[in-house]
Design a protein around this ligand. Structure first.
Ligand SMILES: [Zn+2]
Length: 242
């Protein structure tokens, strides 16, 4: 009986692992393909991205947001500022509108509570902790092995080794928790983005934007899975704390 349960559990784990690896590997390629496709679809309302941001800023944020220029591919939202590249500003593609609307979703999160700021603060802490992950893990493993092979036979070395490994594991868990919170934040920002867009787009265009933002969200799941399975050496390396 137990043999079947154990075999079943192993098969289930293998299936889940394959599924997770597939999501991790294909999410980025899938997003790149969708971006290319949606970049060529113009919105029938005829609004440019810059006009759209100005309109949402006026109607939803009472003009409180500042709009700045940034380099290409670096469009982002940060503390009351929506930064857009020249290319994004002049575009009227559904891809640009979706991306910018998503950034405006972050602006709404920022304006409606401390979640976003708290996340940024935790991420800064995570980056500091992340620097200690490998050294702690290595020192912990080496100390434990030296105790096992009786090179350093005192029990204190084993305890110190175990503390180092446990600290490294705690940093790993912290990274996973932060990535999961990031997925939740990104999902909410995309939900707000679609809410903003529905006043300007047709149902079909809105559906295209929804699919595109969903593929973007999948890359965050991909990042989480890559970090989670990094120890299997089967995934590409992902930054622990972005
Ligand atoms: Zn985002």
């Amino acid at each position: 009986m137990w043999t079947y349960i154990i075999i079943g559990a192993i098969v289930l784990f293998a299936i889940l692992l394959c599924f997770a690896l597939a999501v991790a590997s294909f999410s980025f390629e899938n997003y790149a393909a969708k971006l290319k496709e949606v970049s060529s679809s113009k919105n029938t309302f005829g609004i440019s991205t810059l006009e759209y941001v100005a309109e949402i800023n006026k109607t939803r944020f009472a003009g409180r947001l500042a709009i700045r220029r940034c380099a290409e591919w670096e469009d982002h939202y940060s503390s009351g500022v929506v930064a857009l590249s020249d290319k994004t500003m002049s575009s009227n593609s559904l891809a640009s509108l979706s991306i910018v609307s998503h950034e405006l979703g972050h602006a709404r999160q920022d304006a409606s509570g401390g979640t976003l700021k708290k996340h940024w603060k935790m991420l800064r802490k995570g980056r500091m902790c992340g620097l200690f992950f490998m050294p702690l893990l290595l020192v912990g493993v080496v100390l434990s092995l030296l105790w096992v092979f009786q090179v350093l036979p005192h029990i204190a070395f084993l305890i110190a080794g175990a503390v180092c490994v446990a600290s490294a594991l705690a940093i790993f868990v912290f990274a996973i928790v932060l990535k999961y919170l990031e997925v939740k934040i990104e999902k909410e920002a995309s939900m707000f983005a679609l809410e903003f867009l529905q006043d300007f787009l047709t149902e079909k265009e809105l559906k295209t934007c929804k699919d595109f933002l969903h593929s973007a969200l999948l890359t965050y799941w991909g990042g989480l899975i890559r970090t989670l399975l990094s120890w299997t050496l089967l995934t590409k390396k992902d930054v622990m704390f972005r």
